[in-house]
Design a protein around this ligand. Structure first.
Ligand code: NI
Length: 161
């Protein structure tokens, strides 16, 4: 268990396409644990492996308030989308910033768990947004490229409230 260094915008690793995971060996299990440690330490909603410099198709998401109900997705693939939502989005790789991004309001994803068993996950609202955002990371895409009016400083949002 270890907290890994989160790569920030400008780092080339964030713009690369990640590779599929063929087998979950000990290294991948350690990687999953480290990604969860890193996610909780940074108080994020989701983290994709390229954000810690590992170009593998692995994502962890936790949209629960308590922070102990993580979703682990290996080789996730979006099967269906429906509806749309427009809302604020941030990223641990773009610290201190926020942007408005349109996402589907519903997504259906196929992925593999730690035992390489295939499963289907459906998400709406925040989970749908997180799934799209994290899967984008696996394809080298950051939300800043999709933000409707560019990104803003997070502290300006706080001052407005
Ligand atoms: Ni992100």
């Amino acid at each position: 268990m270890a907290i890994r260094n989160i790569r920030e915008i400008g780092d080339n690793v964030l713009t690369k396409v990640s590779r599929e995971i063929k087998t979950v060996d000990k290294r991948i299990k350690v990687l999953i644990d480290d990604m969860l440690d890193t996610l909780y330490d940074a108080e994020g909603v989701g983290l994709a492996a390229p954000q810690i410099g590992i170009l593998k198709r692995l994502v962890v998401i936790d949209v629960s308030e308590e922070g102990n109900d993580p979703i682990i997705l290996i080789n996730p693939e979006i099967l269906e989308v429906d509806g749309s939502q427009v809302g604020n989005e941030g990223c641990l790789s773009v610290p201190g910033k926020v942007g408005t991004v349109e996402r589907p309001n519903y997504v259906k994803v196929k992925a593999y768990d730690k035992n390489m068993e295939e499963f289907i996950l459906e998400g709406t609202e925040l989970l749908a947004r997180a799934l799209c955002h994290e899967i984008d990371h696996l394809n080298g895409i950051l939300y800043v490229d999709k933000a409707i009016d560019g990104v803003r400083d997070l502290y300006e949002e706080v001052e407005e409230e």
